[in-house]
Design a protein around this ligand. Structure first.
Ligand code: ADP
Ligand code: MG
Length: 499
């Protein structure tokens, strides 16, 4: 950690940029005229203001999306939609440096990670650009003189609500498949991190998205998110965020029997058997938990370690955690930035206090002393954690690892599955029989063997149990935006002859 980097951030001349939201092809303020402030988590300085969207703005956006769907978009060809997505991907690649820098300034994440995010974002639009022309139905061998088939049709207006940890990438995971499917979109970015999506919206018209096809409404959850879920023209809600808000959304959507897909929290087990490669295992535990400041839904924050390597493992992980370089995200040497908001820093700090009462501290456990500004938290390792402890059961969404010992394979599986969540899991071993047995036993939507976190747009993403339902990415992702219509074409010209 360098004091110089922090000081540089703190003295950066603050310029507050005024952003507008994007409705029906135009940048616009909220009808109320209200705005909210957006921060740089490294300096705690205000960097921008955004319109505080309310029900009136959500209504304007939903009406625009509804009109766009029925007055043209529904009739566009899959090839045209695909080409639009390819052009959008091209723009992201062309603007990679600018968008990555803004993402880092607004979210706090290391610039190197933000650059990866921009590449993944472009790749996501490319993938669904290609998939647009591969959405097709099936002809069905029904036992009648008939041709029967199932055709796929877009749901209509999709409402999308996204979190602050991977702002532009999470938007891509939702916008790209919706456009490929032929839906129109009203998307609400998180109030902490709306900037990159608004920047990208500058290109929507130029890449060929007609007005109203993708609308970006800024605002907070109760002000703009809740009215989006409740809007009668919105046919489906795709949400990524906390389990708490997921429940609210599901309840609200029930009133109109609106379709919902939810990608919620996790408390994912990262399981280390004593026959795993030791150094890779230690690296894998840190990477699995601390990447993106631990602000990752799939964070492997429950680290399960076999007894015979337990002490050595905790010592090695703690030693390495202490070398993680904290600092401003813009500094290329930074390996961990500040948390996204003072609220999130306080939430995580609260868990540090809880953890100190429930377990032993191997590394970190507080706020780093060397920064007088910025929402930093030390990478923290708790050990001798009981799986029933709060720091083993509740999602913290910060750089906090809970290490839990286990005796054998059955014990590891039992502990791993003893969680309300089931988003992700990983297992480290050189024994392929054991690896596959554990893979089959884990109740999780994503399972890694001898790695944790890498994911690619081709593969499905989503959780079991309280981690939600529905799958994003791959061909699964587009399913969330499609209806299925059964068609039966009678070829037998005789009367039915029943009555
Ligand atoms: P966090 O508390 O970590 O910010 P949330 O689940 O509250 O996580 O936020 C994720 C997204 O959900 C954000 O875009 C936020 O504005 C939105 N949101 C929060 N509350 C609601 C709500 N009641 N209805 C709809 N969206 C909401
Ligand atoms: Mg919240």
């Amino acid at each position: 950690m360098t004091i110089a980097a922090a000081a540089k951030g703190a003295t950066r001349k603050s310029e507050v940029t005024r952003y507008q939201m994007y409705i029906n092809g135009k940048f616009t303020d909220a009808e109320s005229g209200k705005t909210f402030e957006v921060y740089d988590p490294a300096t705690e300085g205000i960097i921008a203001t955004c319109p505080a969207g309310g029900p009136e703005d959500v209504d304007r956006a939903a009406q625009a999306a509804h009109r766009a769907f029925y007055e043209g978009w529904k009739g566009t060809t899959a090839q045209e939609r695909g080409r639009i997505l390819f052009r959008l991907a091209e723009r992201i690649r062309a603007r990679r440096a600018e968008l990555a820098e803004l993402e880092t300034i607004n979210s706090g994440k290391p610039i190197v990670e933000a650059e990866y995010d921009m590449d993944d974002t472009a790749t996501c639009y490319e993938y669904y650009g290609g998939l647009a022309t591969k959405i097709n139905g099936e002809v069905l061998p029904v036992p009648a003189d008939a041709i029967a088939f199932a055709m796929r049709e877009p749901i209509g207006v999709a409402g999308q609500i996204i979190p602050w940890n991977y702002p532009l990438l999470m938007a891509a995971w939702k916008i790209a498949p919706a456009i490929a499917a032929g839906c129109t979109v009203v998307i609400k970015p998180a109030e902490q991190t709306p900037l990159t999506l608004l920047k990208l919206a500058e290109d929507f018209e130029a890449v060929g998205l007609p007005p109203g096809v993708v609308n970006v409404v800024t605002g907070d959850g109760p002000g703009a998110g809740a009215p989006l879920v409740a809007h009668s023209l919105v046919r489906k809600i795709a949400f990524t965020g906390s389990a708490e808000v997921g429940k609210l959304i599901m309840r609200s959507a029930a009133d109109q029997l609106k379709r919902v897909s939810l990608e919620l929290g996790g408390k994912s087990p990262n399981i280390f058997f004593s026959d795993a490669d030791f150094e890779s295992a230690v690296d894998g535990a840190l990477f699995g938990t601390f990447i993106n400041q631990g602000e990752v839904c799939s964070a492997g924050s429950r680290v399960l370690v076999q007894r015979d390597i337990y002490t050595k493992f905790v010592d090695a992980a703690a030693a390495k955690a202490k070398t993680i370089k904290l600092g401003r995200g813009l500094d290329r040497e930074t390996k961990m930035g500040p948390l996204v908001s003072s609220e999130q820093r306080d939430r995580v700090a609260g868990y540090l206090e809880v953890g100190r009462g429930e377990a032993k501290v191997a590394a970190g456990g507080g706020r780093p002393k060397e920064f007088d500004k910025g929402w930093y938290v030390e990478p923290t390792i708790f050990y001798d954690v009981d799986n029933s402890a709060r720091v083993a059961q509740e999602e913290i969404f910060g750089p906090v690892m809970s290490v839990i010992p286990f005796t054998d394979e059955a014990d590891a599986i039992r502990i791993a599955n003893a969680s309300q969540y089931g988003l992700a899991a990983a297992v480290w071993t050189r024994d392929i029989f054991k690896a596959f047995r554990v893979v089959k036993s884990l109740e999780a939507g994503i399972v890694w063997v001898n790695h944790m976190q890498p994911t690619f747009v081709e593969a499905p993403w989503g959780g079991y149990k309280a981690s939600g339902f529905g799958r994003e990415l791959g061909h699964w992702g587009v399913e969330e935006y499609l209806e299925t219509k059964q068609v039966f074409i009678n070829l037998d010209e005789k009367p039915i002859g029943w009555y």
